[in-house]
Write a protein of this length. Sequence first.
Length: 113
Amino acid sequence: MPWLDQVAQQITHLSTLAPGWDGHRARTIDHRTLLNAWSFLEQVAEIVTTAPSLVPTVSGGVAVEWHRNGVDLEIEFGGREVLVSYEDADGNDKEGPIGTNADLVILALAQVR
C-alpha cells in the first residue's frame, strides 16, 4: 500500500523524539513499540486504504489512529498491552485489550477503509 511509505516516515520521526519532547516529561518511544506498531500496520495494509495518524504518547507509546466515516479507532502500543478504543457515529463505544477485541478491530478497519 502506498500509505505504508508515509507511515514509515512518521515512525522514523517518532524514533528521534528526545525525552521531554512535549516540553515536559514525556518519555522517548521504545523502538520495540514502534516495531510492534509497524508490524500491525503491515498486517492490515491490505484491508485499509487510508493512512492512520501516529501520535506519540507521553508514557513512551504510540497511538495509531483513524478518524474517518464517523468512526474513531485508536490502537495504542506501549506498556504491557496493546489497547483499542472504538466509537462509531451513533456513539457506540468500546475499549480494552486488542486480544479480546480482535473482531471489533477487524470491523472498525473495514469501516475506516
